[in-house]
Design a protein around this ligand. Structure first.
Ligand SMILES: *[C@@H]1O[C@H](CO)[C@@H](O)[C@H](O)[C@H]1NC(C)=O
Ligand SMILES: *[C@@H]1O[C@H](CO)[C@@H](O)[C@H](O)[C@H]1NC(C)=O
Ligand SMILES: *[C@@H]1O[C@H](CO)[C@@H](O)[C@H](O)[C@H]1NC(C)=O
Ligand SMILES: *[C@@H]1O[C@H](CO)[C@@H](O)[C@H](O)[C@H]1NC(C)=O
Ligand SMILES: *[C@@H]1O[C@H](CO)[C@@H](O)[C@H](O)[C@H]1NC(C)=O
Ligand SMILES: *[C@@H]1O[C@H](CO)[C@@H](O)[C@H](O)[C@H]1NC(C)=O
Ligand SMILES: *[C@@H]1O[C@H](CO)[C@@H](O)[C@H](O)[C@H]1NC(C)=O
Ligand SMILES: *[C@@H]1O[C@H](CO)[C@@H](O)[C@H](O)[C@H]1NC(C)=O
Length: 405
């Protein structure tokens, strides 16, 4: 769905925002604030943002500015110090998730023109006799960072973290971006699905409010996905302020092609403010699938049905899915080609899996992710590769009463 100008302003307070779980404020929602430091004391060795040891995940532009949902970096380093420096195009107070290896995620906000230390001698998990893997993801879809450098101890070095051979791309809107979920991108079904599959690289080309059809939806999303998918930057106000009508093309040939693409788009097209006719939506959907197939000829493409909305009716709730026949017709259109698959979401979410802001709750996101994981295993033969590292963060809701008598 959309984000209103009111939300855009309040986003500046993101890192000090409250996370609500069943009406209660989550205690200490963002543990891990990295200290802001100076690199002047001679104990550091610095690399530029173009160092070959830094693997960029998701979409970043030629100035190392991050875009879309949950972009990040992965790298290996030796020693017990790691710091990241951020350039002027970093959003004020943007929230980052970061971790060593597969340990639990921690959180830190950062700001422009500053350096923050993410690993030091007391960081759990560091192994001084080997290199360590560090991962960072930008969790706010509306914000980004500009990476200006990475520093390690003066006697240490960066090493490339090996990339997985398989790549998944999710193309979506606010649902795949995790809008209104507790950690936004890091709580989205898209992240939980891709990270849950494990042993895969993933890119989430999703942005709240974007339509599949190339129209200016809600009057503040410059273009639709049939256009924007070809660009490094997203369709939001930050990108428009940076690039206006001249965004950078995304160079698909310099990135690993996707093996699996999941498309979850159309809810914004259907909203009353945009109300794109079914025939236009169908044509745009076919166009997007053709574009993705032309770009990634070997990818399997999954198109998701839209769960629509849930309304109270008499003594229960009923679901009204959106563009049902149109999405089925897209699937039929490609039936003989064999690379398009239809994933029906009917019955996965119930009315209370949608939060008061009309988006899935964290549990709703996990239900979508889990069903899609199992479906991907059964239908497409993918194995689950994550067998231990944390995937979904801060979902430890339980009853501490061990017996009732
Ligand atoms: C960052 O530095 C640039 C100049 O390099 C300056 O224009 C900008 O205002 C600074 N931003 C912040 C948030 O300090
Ligand atoms: C950054 O996070 C700290 C600690 O969580 C918080 O006190 C501070 O207000 C945040 N700063 C910004 C700019 O959001
Ligand atoms: C550190 O890495 C070495 C080399 O891979 C390994 O043998 C050792 O078990 C590791 N130590 C810890 C504490 O993980
Ligand atoms: C760094 O460590 C990882 C995990 O132990 C290992 O897979 C990788 O090969 C190492 N890379 C280098 C360059 O030593
Ligand atoms: C990627 O595939 C190659 C060739 O099949 C294999 O040797 C390598 O171990 C794989 N790498 C990873 C990280 O899975
Ligand atoms: C993009 O920015 C221009 C110039 O600031 C502005 O006139 C236009 O309305 C913006 N477009 C959208 C869709 O926000
Ligand atoms: C895109 O990347 C490829 C492979 O790295 C490179 O050969 C080509 O010049 C790039 N194209 C542009 C327009 O930068
Ligand atoms: C839910 O969707 C139906 C069918 O598109 C529509 O008629 C109805 O107005 C929507 N209800 C809400 C509360 O958005």
């Amino acid at each position: 769905m959309r984000f209103s100008p009111v939300f855009l302003l309040s986003w500046a307070l993101q890192a000090s925002a409250t996370i609500l779980q069943n009406g209660q404020a989550r205690e200490d929602p963002y543990p891990g604030q990295a200290p802001s430091i100076s690199l002047e004391d001679g104990s550091w060795r610095s690399y530029g943002p173009d160092a070959s040891e830094i693997s960029y995940k998701g979409r970043w532009d030629s100035k190392y500015v991050s875009w879309w949902s949950l972009p990040g970096i992965k790298l290996g380093f030796t020693g017990e110090q790691l710091a990241l420096s951020f350039g002027p195009q970093t959003s004020e107070g943007v929230l980052l998730a970061y971790r060593i290896g597969g340990l639990d995620w921690e959180f830190s906000n950062v700001t422009a023109n500053a350096t923050y230390q993410f690993a030091g001698s007391s960081t759990p998990g560091l192994n001084l006799s080997n290199n360590n893997t560090f991962e960072m993801r930008v969790t706010n879809w509306g914000y980004g960072v500009q990476l200006s450098g990475v520093s390690v101890a003066s006697d240490a070095k960066l090493v490339a973290a090996p990339a997985y051979n398989k790549t998944v791309e999710i193309i979506g809107d606010s649902f795949a971006s995790g809008q209104y979920a507790t950690y936004e991108g890091l709580s989205s079904w898209a992240y939980n699905f891709a990270a849950g599959l494990g042993d895969v690289e993933y890119s989430i080309t999703a942005y709240p409010g974007i339509c599949l059809t190339d129209e200016e939806c809600y009057a503040d999303k410059a273009r639709g996905m049939t256009y924007q998918w070809f660009y490094a930057s997203d369709a939001g106000v930050r990108a428009n302020a940076t690039y206006g009508d001249h965004p950078e093309k995304w160079n698909f040939s310099s990135h690993q092609p996707a093996d699996l693409v999941v498309i979850d788009l159309g809810t914004n097209d259907r909203r009353p403010q945009n109300n794109i006719p079914g025939s236009t939506f169908y044509d745009s959907y076919v166009e997007l699938v053709n574009s993705v197939h032309k770009t990634y000829p070997n990818a399997q493409i999954v198109i998701m049905s839209l769960w629509g909305n849930f309304t109270r009716s008499g003594d229960t709730y009923i679901q009204s899915p959106f563009y049902v026949s149109e999405i089925q017709r897209v699937s039929q259109h490609f039936q003989d080609d064999g690379f398009v698959h239809y994933f029906g979401t009917k019955g996965i979410l119930q009315h209370n899996d949608i939060d008061p802001q009309e988006h899935p709750t964290d549990v709703g996101h996990l239900k979508i992710a889990s069903h899609l994981m199992q479906w991907t295993k059964l239908k497409l033969g993918w194995e689950f590769g994550a067998t231990g590292p944390e995937v979904q963060h801060d979902t430890l809701y339980w009853n501490n009463q061990d017996s009732y008598r």
